[in-house]
Ligand binder design. Structure first.
Ligand code: SF4
Ligand code: SF4
Length: 143
């Protein structure tokens, strides 16, 4: 019997998590462990929301009719943060960020390369900068 299937082009998929984040019924499961991202895709999806296909930046997902297929898994090595070493982004995502974010926005005035820092380190760099700026401005106003 033909069913609605989730077809994912594994050569195009960059493991970005967008499909998993938008799936309203949590059919696409994700785990980041030991430097590897694993995405479990359902073979069949009877819902007709297509949110995953719409969210995919690489147009890697199609919902098609076909013979029943089992669940399948795609795995991606993760790039370590340049500051703390924690793995946080796939190589495909990093490549995409490098191509889509204008060069001048990838590095700040102090030379930090934002796309190579994990979210936690980005926040802590921002906090350190803000604290230094405050300190400098207080010193500057002292008589
Ligand atoms: S079609 Fe909708 S319910 Fe089905 S896997 Fe995609 S996002 Fe989830
Ligand atoms: S949204 Fe597309 S590129 Fe991102 S993990 Fe899902 S299938 Fe892969």
């Amino acid at each position: 019997m033909k069913k609605r299937l989730l077809a994912v082009d594994e050569k195009t998929c960059i493991g970005c998590r967008a499909c998993s984040a938008v799936c309203p019924v949590d059919l696409i499961r994700l785990s980041d462990e030991d430097g590897v991202r694993r995405i479990d895709f359902p073979g069949i999806c009877d819902e007709d929301c297509q949110e995953c296909a719409r969210a995919c930046p690489e147009e890697a997902i199609d919902l098609v009719f076909g013979e029943v297929q089992p669940e399948f898994v795609l795995s991606f090595d993760l790039v370590p943060c340049q500051r703390c070493g924690a793995p946080f982004v796939t190589y495909g995502e990093m490549d995409r960020l490098g191509k889509t974010i204008p060069q001048e926005l990838q590095t700040d005035a102090f030379g930090a390369s934002w796309i190579t820092l994990c979210p936690r380190c980005r926040r802590s760099v921002e906090r350190e900068r803000a604290a230094k700026t405050l300190l400098v401005s207080r010193r500057g106003t002292r008589v």
